[in-house]
Design a protein around this ligand. Structure first.
Ligand SMILES: Cc1cc2nc3c(=O)[nH]c(=O)nc-3n(C[C@H](O)[C@H](O)[C@H](O)COP(=O)(O)OP(=O)(O)OC[C@H]3O[C@@H](n4cnc5c(N)ncnc54)[C@H](O)[C@@H]3O)c2cc1C
Length: 268
């Protein structure tokens, strides 16, 4: 895609002031795939040279510029045994070739805010907290579940920059269960649910892809089937299910309830 309105590409690290018409450039897999008539300058985030993944005693910090391929290849510390399989399941839900995986970033996936954003699914399910550098020079923290506000919309002001997502260690010590469904084998996710059972016995269920934004439900212990179904029905109104070419809302709701029950049984 030719971006005919872009007059300049600049290192974001050397930027003095963000201005209207600027766009942060991460992997460019979305930016270069569609017309961007309002964009006049691209600010290349690669110039920051942020470490892609940093594991500490408190959790895992994923830089916004970490690519899907880098995340896929990450070998977590043994104290987080469920992390690597879950990362790999979510990366596989990103139905693109290695060419896309090698450049598409975690931050770009979150900021693109597609319902089928698998990095949204992963980080929301593991209580991810975004660090945002605001356009007026502040640092703001917000859960991933609040960053994504709808299909294609996020809670960032123009010029705000997603710096990283931190997965707290408290969310990484449990076991997880993953379910994903699409209309066809290589189709975009129509529903992607992740369950997490913490050492305390609590269950956290995160619904993505079927809904316009991530939905997180938590239970102090494993609920019974009726309680789980009632909680999902009460939390997700019918108009919160996505309606597009990748699946009708009624079918997505059906998949959501089905996968939730499968996850409940698996983690019980
Ligand atoms: C073949 C193919 C398959 C795809 N499959 C999927 C899929 O299954 N699911 C899915 O969700 N997407 C999919 N996409 C869309 C896209 O590739 C992904 O959303 C990707 O993760 C975007 O990341 P990027 O680094 O390339 O972002 P870019 O294209 O560089 O940026 C995307 C948007 O986010 C903004 N942005 C990027 N980084 C930041 C930041 N740190 N702070 C603030 N704003 C930022 C940019 O300005 C831009 O508006 C697919 C694309 C292709 C070409």
């Amino acid at each position: 895609m030719d971006l005919n309105t872009v007059a300049e590409v600049r290192d974001a690290a050397a930027l003095d002031r963000w201005r209207p018409g600027d766009a942060w450039l991460a992997g460019g897999t979305y930016l270069f795939s569609e017309p961007q008539p309002g964009v006049t300058r691209l600010l290349d985030l690669a110039s920051f040279n942020w470490a892609p993944l940093t594991a500490t005693d408190n959790g895992l910090e994923i830089a916004a510029t970490c690519t899907v391929a880098e995340l896929f290849g990450f070998e977590p510390p043994v104290r987080w045994p469920a992390l690597q399989p879950l990362i790999q399941q979510c990366c596989h839900a990103f139905l693109a070739s290695f060419k896309i995986w090698n450049v598409a970033t975690v931050g770009g996936n979150l900021c693109n805010a597609l319902p089928a954003g698998p990095m949204i699914s992963l980080t929301a399910a593991l209580d991810g907290v975004c660090t945002v550098l605001t356009v007026d020079g502040r640092t703001r923290l917000m859960p991933v579940t609040e960053l994504v506000t709808g299909a294609g919309t996020i809670a960032l002001a123009p010029g705000d920059l997603l710096r990283s997502v931190t997965l707290p260690g408290t969310a990484l010590g449990g076991t997880t269960a993953f379910r994903q469904g699409s209309l066809n084998t290589h189709g975009r996710s129509a529903a992607l649910l992740i369950g997490r059972r913490d050492p305390s016995g609590a269950l956290v269920l995160t619904v993505t892809a079927s809904t316009v934004r991530p939905v997180r439900l938590s239970f102090p212990t494993i609920p019974d089937a009726a309680m789980l179904r009632a909680a999902i029905t009460a939390t997700i109104p019918d108009d919160a299910y996505v309606d597009d070419v990748h699946g009708l809302p009624e079918w997505r709701r059906h998949l959501t309830l089905l996968f939730a029950e499968e996850i409940r049984r698996e983690l019980a």
